[in-house]
Design a protein around this ligand. Structure first.
Ligand SMILES: *Cc1c(COP(=O)(O)O)cnc(C)c1O
Length: 429
């Protein structure tokens, strides 16, 4: 599209652009492979001299249309889909780091990302320093080393609901000559576009609001195109020096602003193979078509639920960054003035026991591991995802033993509140 459309229009119209007589709806290119007339044409594809599809592990037309839509939603220059949010975060970091390098990461990131960096990538020789995102910039700056290659954080942390101070983190990363990677899963580009604040790379677990129906696990990486890799060429040899596995192509020279995503596609996706299935990309696209309608409704309902919980005498505390008085309210107003997300956490005065009992009485809200889809759902980390930990370990991990994670759906808010009300009143009985 020549003119930049508003996000609502991008959700509905971007990506698939049918030609005359072609299907109106994005087709599922359910094909592993693509036909060519001559052997020479195929050879040029393998040398990256011409662009074209040759094998779905690298690229698929259905996936590319959906990646293009997400790219436009974020206001980036290039994007790719991955099989999961985990794969997206792994590729986003591994694309610019190798054994001997170092990453700085916010302590409040999603548990899967925390493990990826502190356990699995550590085994690959990539060190990670975990920092408190609320620490002053001078304090955070002490974490940098000569081999630091990027800073990683989340726009709204899952499940801590910490809102990132974008300006502080952008300044921190750029004053040390490295890009800032932000996982924008919870805010979505409907509520927050990190590139507008100077973030360089955005990742997504599309499994959450983007899909929105709890149908498909998926991920995406988007590049702003703004980080000047060549300025710090010594730090990023993978992008700025020849790749012998492609007859000496230098990605920044040949692909300009598309260098980062091109490398992640033709090198990491080629060798590690976490492609999203075209069938899943098709379903993701349907989710994206209504993202701009669902996200405001999630936020509206979550706000109503948070207000209800806040005044309830059996509730000990409520954490929702959209609630005035919340520690992150001002940051949320600044960076996501139209809303934050649909996820709330809270604790009951009766503690852990009361939490378990209350959840068993919920009728509308289902107990599931998932978050951020159309149906209201609930999880008690101390009894589920973190159940092997003692109460002391839970507190250390930032997960209070009484913490209930409540993912507010797009049903009628009064029905969700009535369900909570009857479940909470059942504790006393
Ligand atoms: C769920 C989630 C992930 C992991 O995504 P999967 O699609 O489950 O692999 C990463 N980051 C955040 C913020 C998430 O919520």
């Amino acid at each position: 599209m020549a003119k930049e459309f508003a996000r609502e229009t991008i959700c509905v119209q971007s990506g698939w652009k049918p030609g005359n007589g072609e299907p109106r709806v994005l087709p599922i290119y359910q094909s592993t492979t693509y036909k060519y007339e001559t052997s020479e044409q195929m050879g040029k594809l393998f040398d990256l001299e011409e662009s074209g599809y040759f094998y779905t592990r690298l690229q698929n037309p259905t996936n590319d249309c959906v990646a293009q839509k997400i790219c436009e939603l974020e206001g980036g220059v290039a994007a790719m889909l991955t099989s999961s949010g985990q794969a997206a975060n792994y590729y986003a970091i591994f694309n610019i780091c190798e054994a001997g390098d170092h990453v700085i990461m916010s302590s409040t990131v999603y548990g899967g990302t925390f493990n990826l960096l502190t356990v699995t990538m550590k085994k690959m020789g990539i060190e990670c320093t975990v920092v408190d995102p609320d620490a002053p910039e001078e304090e955070l700056a002490k974490a940098f080393r000569p081999n630091t290659k990027c800073v990683m954080a989340e726009s709204i942390a899952n499940p801590a609901l910490v809102v990132l101070d974008f300006e502080k983190f952008v300044h921190l990363a750029h004053s040390h000559g490295v890009p800032l990677i932000v996982d924008n899963t919870f805010a979505t580009p409907i509520n927050c576009r990190p590139f507008e604040w100077g973030v360089d790379i955005v990742t997504h677990s599309t499994t959450k609001y983007m899909d929105g129906h709890a149908m498909c696990v998926g991920g995406a990486i988007v590049d702003s195109g703004n980080f000047d890799w060549n300025k710090y060429a010594d730090k990023f040899p993978g992008l700025c020096t020849p790749d012998e596995s492609y007859h000496g192509v230098t990605y920044t020279e040949r692909f300009g602003k598309a260098a980062y995503i091109t490398k992640a596609t033709v090198q990491l996706m080629r060798d590690l193979g976490s492609i999203q299935s075209p069938q899943n990309a098709f379903l993701l696209n349907i989710g994206l078509e209504t993202l701009h309608l669902r996200v405001p409704r999630h936020c509206e309902n979550a706000f109503a639920v948070a207000k209800f919980l806040e005044q309830h005498e059996a509730v000990a505390w409520v954490n929702y960054p959209g609630l005035p008085g919340n520690k992150y309210y001002d940051l949320a107003q600044k960076y996501m003035p139209n809303g934050t997300c649909g996820v709330i956490s809270f604790g009951l005065k009766g503690g852990r026991k009361a939490a378990e009992k209350m959840m068993d009485h919920l009728k509308l809200a289902a107990i599931v591991t998932h978050v951020a889809d159309a149906r209201t759902c609930v999880l008690h980390p101390a009894s589920h995802t973190h159940r092997q930990m003692t109460d002391a370990q839970l507190v250390e991990a930032g997960v209070a033993p009484d913490l209930i994670r409540f993912s507010v759906g797009i049903e009628n808010a009064d029905d969700i509140i009535a369900d909570l009300e009857q479940a909470i009143s059942s504790i006393e009985k």
